[in-house]
Design a protein around this ligand. Structure first.
Ligand SMILES: Cc1cc2nc3c(=O)[nH]c(=O)nc-3n(C[C@H](O)[C@H](O)[C@H](O)COP(=O)(O)OP(=O)(O)OC[C@H]3O[C@@H](n4cnc5c(N)ncnc54)[C@H](O)[C@@H]3O)c2cc1C
Length: 313
């Protein structure tokens, strides 16, 4: 990822200025202001602005006049309580504004998260850069056999080279056509763009509150999410860790690292802890539910009985 000389000058200018404010700021996040973290081959996540911090969550929860914070340990306990019991509105008091550049197929998935404010670059007004996403050879893989939305084993070196050749050829040809339509025929930009591929890069400003951001991250950091959006999730997660470390810790413990168990799932765990054996057939769980629960419990997904002496993997 390389910023244009013009963009770099603007970014440097923004970072050379500072403002005094009565608002609370987070030193670790201030250090990241306006910087672009590279993602994929031409993409980035860039912090534009933020409002609030862990103390703002506590302040809102206590509906306090001042900072609302007490001892760090008490604040941490309160934030963990809020996260544990899905008392989510205090987390909505913090906001993050990002400038993101990503391939259009990533933006298509991203825009499904409706609880954010978005302003995307207009390809009716601006000419899109000659930038398209080409995966790294090691990220090219065959269709997964057990997950219809996923990928399986990697392509061989020769296959990867052949696939990349085709992807690059088509993207370059489409961009040549795009430029030709505007140059030779003076075709309107809103029409010239319609042949461009989903791997063309787009950009937007994206503003979201912490509650909805954590929801986004829970879905898009999940191993089932597509790699190309997950890496954006990783870059944003790194900012959240700096911004609201206590909220992030609670989120990691209760949401990212935690799981929901069904009534039948809890029943199974209780029985197993009491020393009873539970078989898949009498668990009330479907084969798929059983497999997923065994994965959560880190037991062999093909095991048929759980109980004394479970077959731990
Ligand atoms: C791994 C994965 C695979 C996916 N596959 C597909 C797919 O194949 N096809 C597809 O179309 N989508 C797919 N999606 C998108 C998915 O269905 C959601 O649209 C997306 O993740 C946004 O989630 P959300 O609606 O919870 O988020 P947001 O839009 O941010 O909404 C957050 C929450 O607000 C509430 N909310 C927001 N708007 C409304 C509303 N209008 N009515 C009621 N409640 C509302 C809901 O509680 C919602 O959970 C996939 C997502 C993931 C993570």
């Amino acid at each position: 990822m390389k910023l244009s000389a013009e963009a770099q000058v603007e970014l440097d200018q923004a970072r050379s200025q500072s403002h005094t404010t009565l608002r609370p700021t987070v030193a670790a996040l201030e250090a990241q202001m306006f910087l672009a973290t590279p993602v994929l081959d031409h993409g980035f996540v860039r912090l534009v602005d933020y409002m609030g911090d862990d103390a703002a969550v506590v302040q809102a929860a206590r509906v306090s006049y001042g900072k609302g914070t007490r001892k760090r340990l008490e604040d941490r306990g309160l934030i963990r309580y809020l996260m544990r019991h899905a008392h989510t509105s205090p987390f909505e008091m913090c906001e993050l504004k990002l400038h993101i550049k990503m391939p259009i197929f990533v933006a298509r998935q991203w825009i499904r998260h409706r609880t954010a404010n978005v302003n995307e670059v207009s390809a009716r007004y601006s000419i899109l850069d000659r930038e398209f996403y080409l995966p790294r050879p090691e990220d090219l893989a065959v269709q997964s056999t057990d997950n219809k939305q996923g990928r399986g084993s990697s392509l061989s070196e020769e296959e990867a080279a052949a696939v990349l050749h085709l992807l690059k050829r088509d993207a370059e040809q489409a961009h040549d056509t795009y430029e030709g339509l505007m140059g030779r025929f003076d075709l309107a930009r809103e029409l010239a763009r319609i042949n461009l591929g989903l791997n063309t890069y787009t950009q937007w400003y994206w503003k979201i509150d912490l509650h909805n951001l954590l929801h986004f991250l829970r879905l898009r950091l999940h191993p089932h999410a597509q790699y190309e959006i997950r890496v954006y999730g990783d870059a944003i997660a790194d900012l959240v860790k700096l911004w609201t470390p206590l909220s992030w810790e609670a989120f990691e413990d209760y949401r990212l690292g935690g799981t929901f168990l069904s009534r039948q799932g809890i029943d199974l765990v209780r029985k197993a802890l009491r020393g009873q054996s539970v078989g898949r057939a009498d668990s009330g769980l479907s084969k798929r539910e059983w497999k997923e629960l065994m994965e959560v419990l880190e037991l062999d997904p093909d095991t048929e009985i759980v109980g004394p002496g479970p077959a731990a993997t």
